[in-house]
Design a protein around this ligand. Sequence first.
Ligand code: ADP
Length: 158
Amino acid sequence: MQTKIIYPGTFDPITNGHVDIIERATHIFSEVIVAVAASNKKNLFTLDERASLAHDALLSYKNVSVCTFDGLLIDLARERQILLILRGLRAVSDYEYELQLANLNRSMEPKIETIFLTPAEKYSYISASMVREIATLGGDTSQFVPPAVQKALQNRLK
Ligand code: ADP
């Protein structure tokens, strides 16, 4: 029985919504590996910064670790011999994209399964892109992100 799961994403930056999903997963799986994707999108934080912010935000969870990856998620999954992928679903609008991703990954690696968790309602409207937008416009993001992330946003955008 496989109980480790990989939670991949860009995490630019990690938000309270991501943390909520991770916390829920820690109660179900023996180990949650947060895999921060290099991604060629134009990110606010570098790969190392995104991983370090995630690491700091998740220090209190003993069965959570953070890694970075460059390339296909299925290659990371195969390398680690963990064929369970965790993704979050906030609303119906997430579903189509997530279904496409899950099916694509399964078509490339038939043994892979994607498991979806939903966040508490109060986190269901938080996205990293909205957080970046609010911070860029000088808004207060403290209710959306962990304290260290808020500080990093302020420093980056001042
Ligand atoms: P990506 O760029 O691959 O979509 P993200 O870092 O934005 O990666 O998100 C990673 C995963 O977390 C995705 O499955 C996304 O739907 C989910 N997610 C993002 N924000 C939230 C939130 N507020 N609540 C629950 N899940 C979320």
